[in-house]
Design a protein around this ligand. Structure first.
Ligand SMILES: O=P(O)(O)OC[C@H]1O[C@H](O)[C@H](O)[C@@H](O)[C@@H]1O
Length: 542
């Protein structure tokens, strides 16, 4: 760390990190430094000039990346090497968008198989749009209800909302993930079962919320409307899972996904290509895949000093491991990107939140990956930005879209709204960097807070693909730089094991679970929560 900090200081004339002349206020006056930290590639822009970075530090970080062979690892991942070592699997989300580039795993051309599944998804969607496939009472489908959780929901929802801004939607998607019955009621209340197509998205087809509880609720809902569920339900699931090879009475069609694409990386597999082509048609999905492909190629082939996802990953390592920031926030100044922070949260934290390195060494907490959270701008300005301006500092990613929506261009009011949005983005970037001096003491803002500005040219399918693949590649590169496996998620299993034990206790009315858990289990049976008295027995409910 000292080594890197020294390089930072040397580059900036031997000051200490807290030296006032190292304040972003002065760094931003250095035009050459700003140019060196402004990058374009893979269809988008990355401005790191408001980071505590200089070319010396970047050079050292890039040298580390080179020594760790991260670009070779990235190429090996794309070529089908089993980089997910703990599960002995390849990690081939990139092959899902490049059917023409053969990738062989265990003797099979995976890219072709994935491309063929996209083809089947497109054909199915077209048949639904053409009313050749209808509900069991002959009603054309008007809505799609997507059951899925985690990686089987977040990415698709993020991309769906983003694509909805500029593309015509034929069939709206509605997402049901949590097991909370309120969510089921809220989603189905607005739907007509006779014209609802249900997609059950679960790679394992063992996720209780999805395939046990919510699917049962949905089947009942369809049956109560005197419909045949098998003509309304489609499975998107792992080959060989309990949802595969089911009888005709279970569902209309099965689309396959594979264990070499993890849930959080799966938007461009059938997990996303079927619902998104039902919503927008195959051409829009092809545009999304093309955008991802452009960024994948950029991520795999550009030299480190021009490679946007790698530079972003190095900046994350610098902020988290060296400067000690515990978290970063992602703030899209674009309402259609509202679910991207949640998608990134899973992508980043599930991929990088690990306890052991690939060498089997414990990763100290202060060297673990940063937490990730976020919300859209300008809303975030009116909720948690206060703390970031004057309380604990955190790095931020501000995302902007260069082109306004076409409807805006027709009116001066519309253009004004788009310009106002960008004004806020830039004002915040500068306010975090420059701070505020003068005025009363409580008005002081220290500034010097790191900000990256990520700019997409537009919000067409290709642009959304650029962003999606950029975030994936940034996460993978960070994992490789940290020498951990960004493709497994064994931590999640523990909660599932606990839940199955508690489920058993509940069904057998055994209330002796640890701590206060037994109290809650009993309350669930009785419908009331009574606290234990001093003797350890429970008072009757009042
Ligand atoms: O697709 P499924 O098998 O239903 O899994 C859904 C999700 O649940 C798991 O618990 C994992 O944490 C996620 O990575 C996964 O995407």
């Amino acid at each position: 760390m000292q080594f890197l900090q020294d390089a930072y200081l040397k580059n900036l004339a031997g000051k200490t990190l807290t030296d006032p002349s190292l304040h972003m206020r002065f760094l931003l006056e250095d035009k050459i430094r700003c140019q060196q930290l402004f990058h374009q590639g893979g269809g988008m822009f990355l401005d790191l000039s408001r980071q505590h970075l200089c070319s010396d530090v970047l050079n050292i970080l890039m040298k580390e990346a080179d020594q760790a062979g991260v670009q070779e690892k990235f190429a090996a991942m794309m070529a089908g090497k089993k980089v997910n070592t703990s599960e002995d699997r390849a990690a081939l989300h990139t092959a899902a968008r490049n059917a023409d580039m053969p990738v062989r795993v265990d003797g099979q051309n995976i890219a072709r198989i994935l491309g063929d599944i996209h083809g089947k998804a497109f054909e199915f969607s077209s048949q639904v749009h053409d009313k050749k496939i209808c509900g069991s009472k002959g009603k054309p489908f008007s809505d799609v209800l997507v059951l899925g959780i985690g990686g089987s929901r977040l990415g698709t929802q993020a991309v769906y909302e983003a694509l909805n801004a500029r593309h015509n939607c034929f069939l709206p998607l509605h997402f049901l993930s949590t097991v909370d019955p309120h969510a089921f009621i809220a989603q189905t209340r607005k739907l007509n079962p006779a014209s609802t197509l249900v997609l059950v998205v679960s790679k394992s087809f063992t996720t209780r919320e999805v395939v046990d509880i919510n699917l049962s609720l949905v089947r009942n809902w369809l049956e109560n409307a005197e419909l045949r569920p098998s003509e309304h339900i489609v499975h998107i699931t792992g080959k060989g899972s309990p949802g595969d090879n089911v009888s005709e009475s279970a569902c209309l069609r099965v689309f396959h996904i594979f264990d070499f694409i993890g849930g959080r990386y799966s938007v461009t597999s059938a997990v996303g290509s079927l619902p998104l082509s039902l919503a927008f048609g195959p051409d829009v999905v092809k545009g999304l895949l093309a955008g991802c492909r452009e960024m994948d190629t950029h991520a795999a082939t550009s030299p480190a000093d021009q490679n946007l996802p790698l530079l972003a990953a190095l900046c994350d390592i610098w902020n988290g491991d060296y400067l000690g920031f515990p978290a970063f926030a992602m703030i899209p100044y674009a309402a259609p990107l509202q679910y991207f922070p949640a998608h990134m949260q899973q992508l980043y934290m599930e991929s990088l939140g690990k306890g052991l390195s690939l060498a089997g060494q414990a990763i100290p907490h202060d060297k673990g990956a940063m937490f990730c959270f976020g919300d859209t701008g300008t809303d975030a300005q009116h909720s948690f930005f206060q703390m970031l301006h004057q309380g604990r500092p955190l790095p931020l990613d501000l995302i902007g879209i260069l082109q306004p929506p076409p409807e805006c261009r027709a009116s001066s009011e519309g253009s004004r709204a788009h310009e106002e949005l960008w004004t806020h983005l830039l004002a915040q970037a500068d306010a975090f960097a420059l701070g505020r001096t003068g005025g009363r003491p409580e008005q002081l803002c220290p500034g010097n807070r790191p900000v990256s500005i990520i700019t997409l040219k537009n919000l067409m399918a290709e642009d959304v693909g650029h962003l999606l693949a950029f975030l994936e590649a940034r996460t993978v590169y960070t994992g490789f730089l940290k020498n951990l496996n960004p493709f497994d998620q064994f931590g999640v299993e523990n909660g599932k094991i606990m839940a199955s034990e508690l489920r058993k206790s509940l069904s057998e009315s055994i209330f002796s679970s640890s701590g206060t858990t037994g109290l809650y289990l009993k309350a669930l049976k009785k419908g009331d929560l009574s606290l234990p008295n001093q003797n350890g027995t429970q008072d009757p409910p009042r």
